[in-house]
Design a protein around this ligand. Structure first.
Ligand SMILES: Cc1cc2nc3c(=O)[nH]c(=O)nc-3n(C[C@H](O)[C@H](O)[C@H](O)COP(=O)(O)OP(=O)(O)OC[C@H]3O[C@@H](n4cnc5c(N)ncnc54)[C@H](O)[C@@H]3O)c2cc1C
Ligand code: FES
Length: 276
């Protein structure tokens, strides 16, 4: 059991929670995630450790309410417990000797990209952060990102705030003007990570993406999170979830992630009916 000690609504569909998890907090690094089970009838599902505080023994998760498990998690209040929380899982990313990194977050992907920006800053790299949202009502972590990165660029798909367009529009311009960029990290919708990787491939700039295949155990045993990277199959939970964006087969990932759409819609409907 792990107690929720803080809950904030970041936008209409995204929630931040701080949870007591002393041992996980003491070991968490950028790139790590946890597997959560809300209650005894729940499935296990992965969420990134957006922040960890060793002093208070807490971790922060930021999640989009998209279906059955996240609806259930969002129903919990401060003082409630989640049944299981396992982690830290995955391979943390070590970015050494990076002069200038461009960190890109798309939507809730900003929550997963943010710890990387923080870690890079702490080790002395220059960080430019590009954060893209569908519209102005969906912004999250604006102040945290602004306080961390050297330069911040916001975009909205519909032009309702800041620059109208996609993160790749800003990326292309930055790569033309900034000649010291030696790392790009892109985290968000699969189509966005694919588009970013296509831009940087032409310039041969190292690009890391964080993959979100369906995970079941999170420990390398079930094979559910299989992803094709170069000529090999990798398990995102133990070999990733971060990989070389130039090597990832994004089309296969999109196909595999849509395999359970009907079941996911059905579960979501059942859970919503329960509450009516
Ligand atoms: C390593 C990793 C880190 C992640 N970190 C975050 C995060 O910090 N914040 C966040 O909002 N989301 C994160 N996700 C995605 C998150 O796990 C899913 O949104 C969540 O599992 C949805 O479950 P659901 O039952 O609410 O929705 P469902 O209706 O069951 O599914 C909605 C969509 O979520 C994905 N999904 C469903 N079950 C799983 C599963 N067991 N494993 C992976 N994806 C699944 C599928 O793409 C699916 O189409 C992460 C995924 C991975 C693999
Ligand atoms: S989730 Fe089972 S092997 Fe990765």
């Amino acid at each position: 059991m792990a107690k929720i000690i803080k809950k904030d609504i970041l936008n209409s569909g995204v929630v931040s929670m701080e949870i007591e998890a002393t041992r996980i907090a003491s070991k968490a690094q950028a790139g790590h995630f946890v597997m959560i089970r809300v209650d005894q009838h729940g499935e296990r599902f992965p969420l990134t450790i957006a922040d960890a505080n060793k002093e208070t023994g807490t971790i922060r998760i930021i999640f989009q309410v998209v279906g059955g498990s996240t609806i259930k998690l969002n129903r919990l209040k401060v003082g409630d417990d989640v049944l299981d929380i396992v982690g830290p899982l995955g391979m943390p990313l070590h970015h050494e000797n990076i002069r200038h990194a461009i960190v890109i977050g798309g939507g809730v992907g900003c929550a997963i990209a943010y710890p990387h920006a923080k870690a890079l800053k702490q080790q002395g790299s220059k960080v430019s952060f590009i954060a893209g949202f569908r519209n102005k009502d969906l912004f999250i972590l604006k102040e945290d990102i602004e306080a961390t990165a050297d330069h911040v660029y916001f975009t909205t798909d519909d032009g309702s705030a800041y620059r109208k367009g996609f993160v790749t529009d800003v990326l292309k311009e930055l790569l033309e003007s900034e000649k010291d960029v030696d790392l790009v990290i892109a985290i968000g919708p699969v189509v966005m990570m694919k588009a970013v990787s296509n831009v940087t491939r032409l310039l041969n700039i190292k690009t890391v993406v964080s993959l979100n295949p369906i995970m079941i155990d999170g420990t390398g045993m079930c094979g559910g999170c299989r992803v094709k990277v170069g000529n090999e199959y990798k398990f995102a939970c133990v070999d990733g979830p971060e990989f070389d964006g130039h090597q990832v087969d994004f089309n296969e990932l999109m196909l595999r992630n849509s395999a359970y759409i009907q079941q996911e819609k059905h579960t979501c409907k059942l859970i919503e009916e329960e509450t009516q």
